[in-house]
Ligand binder design. Structure first.
Ligand code: NAD
Length: 317
């Protein structure tokens, strides 16, 4: 089996490549990444062919896609605040970039493209927990671009008979997720601060909640989707129905690290969603073989990675 992972030098993509190396050593993994937010050091030790370039380079994309059996399309500018600061680059990479990947797949006769959409598409919809059939109302340019990321491949199923699958990721965390930059996700930010004995910075009151999903669970679901050629004409929430506030997350991290942590509250951020939780029904129905890693265990494994890498092997561009 030949697989192309776009964005494979990033956090989820490099975990996915490693997971495929482990469970399917016979699969040939290819990675296309422009290293804009990914790291070359994430590729260390991977059995994968790396193509350094952008999904906006349609000629390169066509060459790399030729002969693949499936594409996992993760490449994107993955940040709400970055999209608020500069919407056009987000649109180009996430919306146009997805169209480019689908066109490359169509031209190469590849049936299955699996894409990474986001829970942020629900935006101002207050329903909790959320099903895939609840309405979407994006609140940031990033969320709009993710609506295109999931909309195009599903439309291609109808228009061209493809067998695509669009996952909505919900706050994925785990080893390899970079901290120490302005747009870092909350768990690596907290761990990074905790390691330095600095205060944990919370935007707002800390009662905003998330359905945190361990990256190993995400990798297991995507790999099963390729294994069994799972497709769907509706998006699939890739989260299992947990609901953790940031204040509860701080409590959990105190247990994981076995020390008291100090919290510092800051202003709420534009475009941030108050509560985010999936009902977890479709993903369980489609992937009964995958048991999600619980938060407790996932935080332990993530903290362990932070401890191991905090001094020496922090990701390098
Ligand atoms: P990441 O930044 O670590 O990975 C994204 C990768 O895409 C990076 O390696 C980056 O260099 C690459 N990239 C960006 N623009 C590119 C381009 N034009 N051409 C080629 N490569 C390009 O982020 P991640 O957390 O691993 O996210 C992976 C995907 O999952 C993204 O599509 C993101 O929107 C989506 N997602 C992630 C989360 C999460 O919690 N991490 C939640 C929802 C959705």
């Amino acid at each position: 089996m030949k697989i192309l992972i776009t964005g494979g030098a990033g956090f989820i993509g490099s975990n996915l490549a490693r997971h495929m190396n482990n469970v399917h050593p016979d699969w040939q993994v290819n990675i296309l990444d422009d290293l804009s937010t990914g790291f070359r050091s994430n590729l260390t030790g991977l059995d994968a062919t790396f193509h350094d370039g952008s999904i906006l380079d349609t000629e390169l994309l066509g060459t790399v896609a030729a002969g693949m059996d499936s594409i996992v399309h993760l490449a994107a500018i993955p940040s709400v605040p970055r999209s608020v600061a500069a919407p056009r680059p987000t649109h180009d990479a996430n919306s146009t970039g997805t169209l480019n990947v689908l066109e490359a797949a169509r031209e190469a006769g590849i049936e299955q493209v699996i894409v990474a959409s986001s829970s942020s598409v629900y935006g101002s919809n207050p329903a909790l927990p959320k099903s895939e059939f609840d309405w979407t109302r994006p609140m940031s340019p990033y969320a709009v671009s993710k609506q295109a990321t999931e909309g195009y491949p599903l439309a291609y199923n109808f228009s061209y008979g493809m067998k695509n699958l669009a996952f909505r990721f919900f706050n994925v965390y785990g080893p390899g997720q970079a901290a120490g930059h302005a747009y870092a996700a909350v768990i690596p930010q907290f761990l990074d601060a905790a390691m330095r004995d600095a205060p944990l910075s919370i935007h707002g009151d800390g009662l905003q909640s998330r359905d945190f999903t361990f990256v190993g669970t995400v990798c297991a679901v995507i790999t099963a989707a390729i294994d069994r050629k799972v497709s769907s004409n509706d998006p699939v929430n890739l989260a299992f129905g947990t609901n953790t506030t940031l204040l509860e997350l701080v409590d959990e991290l105190e247990k994981t690290l076995d020390k008291a942590l100090v919290v510092e509250h800051q202003d709420s951020r534009t475009g941030d969603v108050r509560a985010s939780q999936s009902d977890g029904l479709r993903v369980r129905e489609l992937f009964p073989e995958v048991t999600p890693v619980p938060l407790r265990e996932g935080l332990d494994r993530t903290a362990q990675w932070f401890v191991e890498t905090s001094d020496s092997a922090a990701p390098t561009p």
